[in-house]
Design a protein around this ligand. Structure first.
Ligand SMILES: Cc1ncc(COP(=O)(O)O)c(C=O)c1O
Length: 395
């Protein structure tokens, strides 16, 4: 039988990126004690009061069909939260609730992009971005993110890649995998470029609440002059340690929400009212779960830096947010992939090769900060020993 081209286009993008992770899981299944620093999942359970709220809502009959935009109670809670945080009125008619940031971005790109359009996106990038763009038939235009700029995207690098087909500037701040956080000045300068070339700004802010203590968070929604062209997606996956609930939202101009609605209705016919009630509770309270994580991950990032920076030529890039730290392993003479494969085989530590996130991280590895301190310390000793041995062999 014949199939459309989209599944093939997407299938080619995923599996190779997860090679080391899958090998680590296979080794664990065979009984080997691998320290797994590959994927990042929140290190605490979903708060019981949120689970209780979902349970209460289910028992109270909140199990019927919803509508394509979202439950009014949750739309209002999100409008309040964004108005308070962004310092200007954001209405419930500007919000759409969908299952997770991932679905929000998928539907947003379906709403904004035609085949042949171009999307400018920082490289390295989160593993699913290539597929999110490819599903629309649009072309991804990678914009190199440079370590010496703290991996914050440079407006001049964006401008240099603009063509008549450029349509969307796709931002991710706080950024996965680099942990970079855009400053207000960065966003203002990027906004100038977007206005000059009439681009949409689509921002993935799923790590907003995981900014490390003392680092300021800024959003394109802060700037009223960008309001007509800004779409922000987020969820409770990271902030409330609740990825399995698949509860996210997208905030943009009211017209954007209107245009998105038929797509949301066609795909989903509405999401679950009991999850909406739970999410409304989550987004109405202070982000205490996320703050705890941000403090722990910041401390572990400092541990990684103390343990590895300058050891056997390794360089640590200290993140400002999120769940990961990056290490430059080029001094060992290996690619990120070869370093990660040999580290797993010889020292039973699993890390992600930088190459899984784009060409910009060739020769780097990414470490997850979501395992407990003792394991991080052991893993750092093994990585340091591995790098030292590789350097000796290369000498
Ligand atoms: C940058 C980024 N965006 C989106 C997601 C997915 O978020 P959600 O669970 O809300 O779909 C992740 C998950 O790791 C992520 O790192």
């Amino acid at each position: 039988m014949r199939y459309a081209g989209v599944p093939d286009r997407l299938a080619g993008l995923g599996s190779a990126k997860w090679e080391v992770h899958l090998r680590a899981r296979a080794a664990k299944a065979e009984g080997r004690e691998v320290i797994e620093l590959t994927i990042g999942e929140p290190d605490v359970p979903t708060p019981p009061e949120l689970i209780e709220e979902a349970h209460r809502a289910m028992l109270a009959g909140r199990t019927g069909y919803s509508n394509g935009q979202g439950e009014p109670l949750l739309l209002a809670a999100l409008a309040r939260r964004y108005s308070a945080r962004r310092g200007r009125t954001i209405g419930a008619d500007q919000v759409t609730c969908l299952p997770g940031t991932q679905t929000c971005l998928y539907a947003t790109f379906r709403t904004l992009l035609e085949p042949g359009d171009e999307v400018l996106v920082g490289d390295p990038m989160y593993a699913t971005y290539e597929g999110l763009i490819a599903q629309t038939g649009a072309t991804m235009v990678p914009v190199p993110l440079r370590a010496e700029r703290g991996f914050r995207i440079d407006p001049a690098d964006v401008e240099a890649r603009i063509t008549p087909r450029s349509r969307v500037l796709f931002l991710n701040s706080p950024h996965n995998p680099t942990g970079a956080v855009l400053r207000r000045e960065d966003i203002a300068a990027l906004g100038e470029v977007a206005r000059k070339h009439d681009l949409w700004i689509v921002a993935d802010e799923v790590y907003e609440d995981l900014v490390f203590p003392g680092v300021p968070f800024a959003s394109p929604l802060d700037l009223p002059e960008l309001a007509e062209r800004t779409v922000v997606a987020s969820s409770i996956s990271k902030s409330h340690s609740a990825p399995g609930f698949r509860s996210g939202w997208v905030v943009g101009p009211a017209e954007f929400a209107e245009r998105l609605l038929p797509l949301s209705e066609t795909m989903l016919f509405g999401s679950q009212p009991f999850i909406a009630d739970m999410t409304a509770m989550a987004v109405s309270g202070p982000p205490t779960v996320a703050q705890g994580m941000a403090e722990r991950f910041a401390a572990r990032a400092a541990m990684v830096q103390r343990a590895l920076d300058g050891v056997a030529g390794l360089r640590v890039h200290r993140p400002e947010a999120g769940m990961f730290a990056l290490v430059d392993v080029r001094a060992t003479g290996l690619s990120g992939r070869d370093f990660a494969l040999s580290l797993l085989a010889e020292r039973e530590v699993a890390v992600m090769p930088g190459e899984s996130f784009g060409e910009g991280l060739r020769g780097w590895i990414r470490l997850s900060l979501t395992v407990e301190d003792g394991l991080i310390a052991r893993a750092m000793e093994r990585i340091a020993a591995h790098a030292a041995r590789l350097r000796e062999n290369a000498a």
